[in-house]
Ligand binder design. Structure first.
Ligand SMILES: CC(C)(COP(=O)(O)OP(=O)(O)OC[C@H]1O[C@@H](n2cnc3c(N)ncnc32)[C@H](O)[C@@H]1OP(=O)(O)O)[C@@H](O)C(=O)NCCC(=O)NCCS
Length: 192
């Protein structure tokens, strides 16, 4: 488990590979400027569970995890969950999450979703770039994930972040049955 990392506040619409800044405010021109002043990426706490289950439920393309799956990941010592939180509302609200697991030089992005009303404003990119940066600091060299072949949105999103398609797992998913594409992000160099 990786607690104790400071949370970071990012602005919207940082492009893939752009240097993260600790204090960047949403642009006044951003679509959600009136709703969001800033998004903070921080570690998951048990208080976030109901919010991330709700976000998962409203996103059928996300992994179908039960509460126990999140608890197991956190209890296993090799996983962490990042949460995106909007600071522009009272109370602030959880707008997305990303779950990671690492084994030495290989890490995996296991689950990721952004609340529907916050999608396409950079939140998913922040969650992945922050996760990749942490994993790289821990010594991981590769970040892997599986994605449904039909999930064109996520594939485009991952490619924009620097992932490459590395292979296919036949009939990996059920309900409906479908192949998974395996994608990899190299964590050396500028990526992550
Ligand atoms: C995939 C997901 C996490 C992306 O989060 P997000 O916050 O909307 O993504 P971002 O705003 O950071 O998008 C970054 C880029 O990804 C691409 N992208 C994201 N959503 C897109 C969409 N609906 N259509 C086309 N491209 C898209 C774009 O290139 C976008 O950059 P742009 O807005 O400047 O054009 C989000 O769509 C989601 O929660 N989907 C449902 C769950 C899911 O599929 N999880 C992944 C399972 S493997």
């Amino acid at each position: 488990m990786h607690s104790g990392e400071p949370s970071k506040t990012y602005g919207a619409n940082l492009s893939a590979g752009e240097t993260q800044k600790d204090e960047v405010r949403w642009s006044e021109t951003a679509g959600l400027a009136s709703l969001l002043n800033a998004v903070t990426i921080r570690d998951f706490t048990p208080h976030d569970l109901s919010a991330i289950l709700k976000i998962q439920d409203e996103n059928p393309a996300a992994a179908r995890w039960a509460a126990d799956d999140f608890a197991r990941l956190m209890g296993g010592g090799r996983g962490f969950i990042l949460v995106a939180e909007s600071q522009g509302e009272t109370p602030s609200s959880v707008t997305g999450f990303a779950a990671y697991h690492s084994m030495a030089e290989d890490a995996e992005l296991l689950n990721l979703a952004v609340a529907v009303e916050y999608q396409r404003h950079g939140v998913g990119g922040m969650l992945v770039r922050e996760g990749a940066q942490r994993l790289r600091k821990q010594g991981a060299r590769r970040l892997w994930l599986e994605v449904r072949e039909s999930n064109a949105t996520a594939r485009k999103f991952y490619i924009g972040l620097g992932f490459f398609e590395r292979g296919r797992r036949r009939s990996y998913y059920s309900d409906p049955q479908e192949d998974a594409l395996v994608m990899e992000l190299k964590l050396e160099g500028e990526n992550g």
